[in-house]
Design a protein around this ligand. Structure first.
Ligand SMILES: NC(=O)c1ccc[n+]([C@@H]2O[C@H](COP(=O)([O-])OP(=O)(O)OC[C@H]3O[C@@H](n4cnc5c(N)ncnc54)[C@H](OP(=O)(O)O)[C@@H]3O)[C@@H](O)[C@H]2O)c1
Length: 246
């Protein structure tokens, strides 16, 4: 049995569908189950994690907390349940030092805890998701800086390969095939409403990551998607064709 956390979210929903397409047994974890193959699970409720992880062999771990607490609770429960493999969604730049700050310390702590023992693991560190520009208005935190923007479906496809094995102990930095700024992405998608945010107005917890990206560090490109999937990462224009405004 595969357990997909964040199953109502951007990549978790895609990971679930890809596993179902392969005819594999999947359980989706959410705080608000709405499907027969969903289970109630909350990272803040250990009993719910014990229940969600029953008979699970491999899990996809997505957290959206600014601290590693959710990850640590999940890992403790996964170890107790005998889960054999965990694939964790982290973020590009995690652990790098910029302007005197360690980037994404919550992701770093969680990735290190995962690697420190217990199930086999794979860490995925994606660049900016293409889907970010679907928000209305498009919020631009990074000025004209470019990003190796990635189709979340590529992240999900890599996650599925990792869940199936052969990628244990690996950390992948997942990017698209080209670097584009947020205004460039919005223009390709035909979105006119772009709101520029001053870094001074950003929550201090997230500011160093934004400044790192504004300095252009998120523009780097890797071939990790192609190496895992055996095909190139999806171009932003290609992704945008399926996401034009209604
Ligand atoms: N967006 C980007 O450009 C980007 C780039 C790199 C990395 N990332 C990373 O991607 C991760 C996900 O980000 P996202 O904004 O895209 O999230 P998301 O896909 O919207 O998913 C958030 C998921 O977390 C679940 N969740 C939240 N609190 C929970 C709790 N207490 N217990 C159980 N489940 C809980 C939600 O499920 P329910 O509400 O159904 O319970 C939801 O499915 C983050 O770690 C972020 O750092 C994002």
């Amino acid at each position: 049995m595969f357990l997909i956390t964040g199953v109502t979210g951007t990549t978790g929903s895609l990971v679930r569908q890809l596993l179902l397409d392969r005819g594999l047994p999947v359980r989706g974890m959410t705080r608000n189950p709405s499907r027969p193959d969903d289970v109630h699970g909350d990272f803040t409720d250990p009993e719910s994690l014990r229940n969600a992880l029953r008979d699970v062999t491999a899990a996809y771990l997505v957290t959206a907390s600014p601290t590693p607490d959710h990850d640590l609770a999940f890992l403790a429960a996964a170890r107790a349940a005998g889960v054999r493999r965990v694939v964790r969604l982290s973020a590009i730049g995690t652990g790098e030092v910029f302007d005197g700050s360690v980037l994404a310390p919550h992701h770093l702590a969680a990735d290190q805890a995962l690697a420190a023992g217990g199930p086999a693991w794979t860490v995925l560190r994606p660049a900016m998701f293409a889907t970010n520009v679907l928000h209305t208005p498009v919020v631009n935190l990074t000025g004209d800086a470019k990003h190796g923007v990635i189709d979340p479906a590529d992240i999900a496809a890599v996650a599925v390969e990792a869940l199936l094995g052969g990628h244990d102990g690996r950390t992948y930095e997942l990017t698209g095939p080209e670097a584009l700024s947020v205004p460039e992405q919005a223009a390709i998608l035909g979105r006119r409403e772009v709101v520029d945010v001053d870094p001074a107005d950003i929550d201090p917890a997230w500011r160093s990551g934004v400044l790192w990206a504004r300095a252009g560090h998120g523009a780097r490109l890797t071939d990790d998607v192609a190496r895992v999937l055996g095909r190139p990462a999806t171009r932003f224009e290609q992704w945008a064709l399926g996401h034009t405004l209604a």
